[in-house]
Design a protein around this ligand. Sequence first.
Ligand code: HEM
Ligand SMILES: *[C@@H]1O[C@H](CO)[C@@H](O)[C@H](O)[C@H]1NC(C)=O
Ligand SMILES: *[C@@H]1O[C@H](CO)[C@@H](O)[C@H](O)[C@H]1NC(C)=O
Ligand SMILES: *[C@@H]1O[C@H](CO)[C@@H](O)[C@H](O)[C@H]1NC(C)=O
Length: 507
Amino acid sequence: MASVDFENGFISILLLGLISTFSLFFLFFKKPKNVFDLPPSPPSLPIIGHLHLLFSVSIHKSFQKISSKYGPFLHLRIFNVPIILVSSASVAHEIFKNHDKNVSSHGAIGIDECLVFGTSGFIKAPYGDYWKFMKKLVIANMLGLQALERSRAVREVEMDRFYRNLLDKAMKKESVEIGEEAMRLVTCILGKMSMGRSFSRESDEAKVTKLSLEFASLTQKIFLGQLLRKPLEKLGISPFKREIMNVSYRFDELLEKMIVKCEEEEEEHQGCEIMDAFLAAYRDEDAECNITRNHIKALLAELYFGAGDTSSKTAQWVMAEIINHPKILEKLREEIDSVVGKTRLIQETDLPKLPYLQAVIKESLRLHPPGALLPREFEQECKIGGFYIPKGTPLVINAYAVMRDVDSWQDPDEFKPERFLEKEEVGREKILNFLPFGAGRRSCPGSNLAYILVGTAIGVMLQCFDWQIQGDKVNMEEATGRAFLALAHPLHCTPLPRILNPLPSDL
Ligand code: HEM
Ligand SMILES: *[C@@H]1O[C@H](CO)[C@@H](O)[C@H](O)[C@H]1NC(C)=O
Ligand SMILES: *[C@@H]1O[C@H](CO)[C@@H](O)[C@H](O)[C@H]1NC(C)=O
Ligand SMILES: *[C@@H]1O[C@H](CO)[C@@H](O)[C@H](O)[C@H]1NC(C)=O
């Protein structure tokens, strides 16, 4: 299959327009048989349909705009392939409540052999035996609440290092990039949680972080590759393949080395249940599922990638909002000082006693969800709201639009953490308007860990430091060309020690 690299923007639209006029016209001239009654479709361009929307600078915003004009339940056309687009809490609720199992797959794979989002991975695995087996393994040995309790000490060590590193920068009056520091923290924690002492903070962290970030910068292209695969496959084109596989090969090589090290130093990662469980399943010929080395590498890559960029971007957005809202900062400080005090470092066990901090993080996730678009696929034909959707149709839930939907949020564009402190009426059916971690069976299994990581990291940064930025407001502009929502201008700020004596280390 040929591999074509092209940049976003006009050239690609022209190119695709040209290709489409010459070849697809003949391939697809006959209209698809309309036995199914799809939801309405907004006006589209001849032949390419709504393809141009996918090449807009910010897909979630173009989708939001089109649905605010034409409705929350639409179908778009990429050439002649329909995509269902959902943009309101009520339609999302209908789907996850009545049809969750039917949409429990993350949709088409762009590049089969890619380590992240490929056929060996977990994220794109069909809802079936392999996915169920791995999910059980991951929840029981790493991401479930009990497993997280058992690995608490590992995170405490890394959080203490995070604090000391910031303290060091503060003493030298150096500025830090919040997203970068958070990314390194998360990679270290994940490395230690999964591989124990076999994971080297000195030599592995930087490499894993770099590769995860490279993957993250390709997310929009990966997303496009998935949606365009069906229409372009007939032409033998696989967009962005060379670029994406380059990162995948290097990640594979690094993980192979790390796994070999784990196998050699079995006792070194004692207590790192997940690696033990992987290796046991890999060696066990009678296991419920036959796990290959590729499965292990792909899952590890997806965990690093799934945890790192999302959590660190969340930390960055939260800090940006806090810096721009001094009253909120003051309230957070009062809460932290009264619950934790100034003589010891905040810990993850403090988080349940810090409801305002949690509300601030939720509010930030509502406005700036790293996963703005949730791609799924209809595995069965479905009847939703009077429409019939055929099996195999891609589905995109615009979580960004749902979380700014005026019908389910008051003042949706304003940063008001207090809204998360109001008690929900007990027994009332929850509406599905808060989707930063998706929903249903395929929702994020790392959400508990994510709240812990972001909560303690933000807690440490607020408890121990004041933060200085250049200018008086953080520019909240979103970066373009990425599927994961990020700040356009990385948040650089300088920590100033807030507590006179450095906090003692308990460790
Ligand atoms: C703030 C941080 C995070 C955000 C915003 C986030 C968001 C998401 C979203 C939106 C999905 C897709 C859900 C759906 O389709 O309904 C997802 C899936 C996933 N996330 Fe996260 N995530 C975060 C942190 C983490 C962490 C810390 C881990 C693991 C260590 C993780 C591992 C995964 C995995 C493995 C999946 C695939 C689940 C499946 O296919 O069944 N995520 N995440
Ligand atoms: C899946 O779709 C079928 C056919 O529309 C429907 O009868 C069934 O209730 C759905 N199941 C779930 C679990 O959503
Ligand atoms: C990836 O790309 C870089 C620079 O373009 C090149 O030097 C390197 O050999 C490539 N690696 C692989 C594994 O393809
Ligand atoms: C795993 O592989 C072994 C040997 O190749 C085979 O006998 C067994 O049936 C396989 N198990 C599953 C669940 O596929």
